[in-house]
Design a protein around this ligand. Sequence first.
Ligand SMILES: C[S@@+](CC[C@H](N)C(=O)[O-])C[C@H]1O[C@@H](n2cnc3c(N)ncnc32)[C@H](O)[C@@H]1O
Length: 407
Amino acid sequence: MTEPIQGTTAPGGTQPGGSFAATAVVPPGLEQPAAAELSALGATDVQPLQRAVALRCDLATLYRLHLQARLPFRILRELARFPCRSREDLYRGVQQAADWALWLPPDCRFRVDASGRAPGLSHSHYSALEVKNALVDWQRQHWGERSTVDLETPDLSFHLHLARGRGGPEAVLSLEGSGGSLHRRGYRAAMGLAPLKENLAAGLISFTGWDGRVPLADPLCGSGTLLIEAACLALGRAPGLSGPGRPPRRFALQGWPDFQPDLWETELDQARALQRDHGPQGDPLAPIVGREQDPSVLEQARTNAAAAGVGGWLDLQAGDVRDFEPPEAAGVLVCNPPYGERIGERDDLEQLYADLGTMLKQRCGGWTLWLLSGNPELTGALRMKASRRIPVSNGGIDCRWLNYDIR
Ligand SMILES: C[S@@+](CC[C@H](N)C(=O)[O-])C[C@H]1O[C@@H](n2cnc3c(N)ncnc32)[C@H](O)[C@@H]1O
């Protein structure tokens, strides 16, 4: 017999107004802009944490966040939060976390990921196994059969987070709504060398404040991720909608037992209605210019921009950054030069940064520069002084998003 665990909330912790707790998992360094983005999309009680943002939302808002939020990797809907002082607490808490007869029929394939620790639960792998055991044991008792664990294409992805709560160690069991990371917008079949993840690129653009009214240029654009994300933002292309000619993306939440198709359609229509062929203020979009020396990488940028539905707004040029001629009106320069961790040779790179600095000072007076640096020594070769340094992580590499006013 299982005793009810005190403090276990109803599935979803759903309150009378229909709101529940959720967590957006975001790239390190983007917690603040992600919190602002999620608030603007209707989330409440928004609180930036480390690599995550806590929030509350209702189903309509959860759907909207999945379709429109540009910065999260994933959004986790809380099913239950309960005290967890032992493996037994975890096992019982999971079995009582939701109406599994509704949420987990045996033909449903699932996976479990775990993070954090609690007494007796110090290895995430074993904590995840304990959740799996609690679920399949419940199924066997209820139906005499159990789900298959599917790591690649599960119907449900559970996330367990163990941490110290206000009243002691606690477990939070959540469901991921996306089914695959939200940073994969689907426009990037082609990837250059060391591309930025789409959500990191969107977050970096959000720090610049660029709104489509002044030119934007990336003179080392690679496969174009910064420019494509900026254009998508300015032209209202929601990241959860597929670009031209691609089938609609399927989200895991569409398979949940409380999925509301009418509400989803309403949110889809609202996301589609945001698309425009001009900037947010109704003006034509200012020039968006990219430059790349490697012709095959440039071709990838063109393919990606077309797949994202913004190809017509990007002027992508082949050539060396040293020969870059910016648009006439001053605007915002963004770039992610090679920094040696993955590609490029040290001496060549120092020369590249020195030449980049010279080009910027000679031709880009009055522009604002944002440069992603993974190597302070190389950035020193620019011989420019940054006015802001924002710590971010790019694929696990500690970086700075550096801001310069070019005089
Ligand atoms: C780190 S990658 C940029 C990745 C890009 N942000 C993306 O998401 O795809 C740097 C790019 O700079 C290009 N590059 C390196 N030296 C260059 C030069 N002298 N002129 C123009 N492009 C250059 C490389 O070919 C590479 O594609």
